[in-house]
Ligand binder design. Structure first.
Ligand code: TXA
Ligand code: MG
Length: 316
């Protein structure tokens, strides 16, 4: 039986019996397991080589399921769900005791997401259990945006990979929490801050820069392609620049020519292509990447967040 396919029933049954499944979503592929099965969740950590202090997002088929894992839902969260529905947005909510500590790294909050991709919700509904899933990449590496990326990096660790095609959004979900009553963005992602501001009626604080493990998942050296990445300001005059010997230069937009992240400067297109571009660079003979930042608005902020982390030269 082939490892990659479109068999929802097979993927669901693997989840129910404690297996690991590559799960497509609109953002990136997840490495999925039954969130209520501690042994299955432990397999996620060992497959990814992920430190146990980094908690996992719990995926649900619908908001009606949210009471299974969370309680005392803030009214802001209800409002965001009412306006956005299934979306590249993760809600950090007070957890119910049924959620294993391993999923939340002992925090009293659980991150909950209802993906927009219909195939993902079909899988979640068919599995009938809350599903913990980090991005399906070895810890610290670029997130996968196709089923093949998952197979390449974690193929020997998963029981099945459900193929939903290339991810439409391409960067991970925006994470929002309510640590002191008002919404705080913990990770920039597929839902722009501007959209949250419009719905909430106030601008949420963005709190993403910490590299402390206690501000989980915000480790600076994430998304590293393993070779130097250098950032160019958005709008840089490329005619004045020539990449050094052995370096790849990638503009943000370049009238349809090669060597650009987008054809027309659309941030959604840039986000969708970002991780594949980093992966291509990683696999190429280029020694370093010179890449132009996106405009610092909308999805451009999520792109730039990932690029800054890719460019960060941490010791790890
Ligand atoms: O788009 C996404 O969110 C993808 C797809 C698969 O859903 N998932 C994803 O998971 O990006 P992961 O594990 O790569 O990133 C999850 C982030 C981590 O930074 C983690 O620290 C944070 O969510 N997180 C999880 N639970 C949390 C909690 N209770 N409080 C604060 N942050 C939390
Ligand atoms: Mg990740």
């Amino acid at each position: 039986m082939s490892l990659i396919g479109q068999d929802v029933a097979r993927a669901a049954s693997a989840l129910r019996s404690g297996g690991l499944v590559g799960m497509p979503t609109e953002t990136v592929y997840g490495l999925a397991a039954n969130a209520l099965d501690v042994v299955a969740v432990a397999r996620i950590f060992s497959a990814k080589n992920r430190p146990h202090f980094d908690p996992l997002i719990v995926h649900l088929s619908d908001w009606t399921e949210v009471d299974r894992v969370a309680q005392a839902i803030p009214s802001d969260a209800q409002l965001l769900w009412a306006k956005l529905g299934p979306a590249p947005l993760t809600y950090v909510l007070p957890k119910r005791p049924e959620v294993p500590d391993l999923v939340t790294s002992g925090l009293d909050h659980v991150a909950v997401r209802i993906p927009q991709l219909k195939l993902a919700r079909q899988l979640l509904a068919s599995a009938g259990v809350p599903v913990a899933a980090p991005s399906a990449n070895p810890f610290g590496f670029v997130s996968p945006t196709t089923a093949q990326h998952v197979a390449d990096q974690l193929g020997d660790q998963v029981d099945y990979i459900l193929d939903g095609g290339a991810c439409g959004v391409g960067v991970e979900s925006t994470i929002v929490a309510w640590p002191e009553g008002r919404a705080v963005v913990l990770r920039l992602g597929g839902i722009p801050v501007e959209t949250l501001t419009e719905i909430l009626g106030y601008e949420p604080e963005v709190r993403t820069s910490s590299s402390k493990p206690s501000a989980p998942g915000m480790l600076d050296a994430h998304y590293a392609p393993g070779k130097p990445v250098r950032l160019m300001d958005h709008g840089v005059d490329w005619s004045l620049f020539s990449a050094p010997e052995g370096a790849q230069a990638l503009r943000f937009a370049s009238n349809g020519t090669a060597n650009a992240l987008t054809t027309h400067g659309d941030c959604a297109e840039g986000a969708q292509r970002l991780f594949a571009a980093l992966r291509e660079f990683a696999a190429s003979d280029y020694k370093e990447l010179w890449i132009e930042l996106a405009p610092e608005v909308g999805l451009g902020r999520a792109i730039n967040d990932r690029l800054r982390r890719a460019a960060h030269r941490g010791e790890d």
